[in-house]
Design a protein around this ligand. Sequence first.
Ligand code: FES
Length: 164
Amino acid sequence: MGKKISRRSFLGTTVKGALGLVTVAIVPLNLLTACGEESVDTSAMANLGPLDKLKEGPFPKPVNYEVTVQDAWVEQELIGSVYVNLVEGELLILSPICTHLGCTVSPNENLEVGTFRCPCHLGIYDEYGVNISGPPPRPLDIFKPYLVDGNVLIPILDPTIREA
Ligand code: FES
């Protein structure tokens, strides 16, 4: 005799299966952002690797990722990088996308070590991704980190916007 499953449960499972969604309850990594266990869709998360490796300097440092994500009905291959810094022992994970018009920032070789420079209109950010000169209106977006089996995962399609 098979296991009894409610209609609601069946529909939920079927729709999630069709969309490729994998929702699990996990705990955010940073104490500053944590507010208990959350249900998170891990099918749209990029794995940045083991936490202990990520916490090794020097900072800020680029960390590459490669992931296949399910965004609604569309499956996408994403290859890219984020910048990681450490603030009071907690990871600060920065998007490399300039908040002016969306160009990709890179480490600033000409100015202070650790800063970032946008090549498009010369926006400058400090080592924490805070805009310090040029046209960017606000700091670089950040990603909320989650710890799953010793690895740090970030919601790559859902960065957090920081206010100016
Ligand atoms: S797009 Fe970066 S400064 Fe304009």
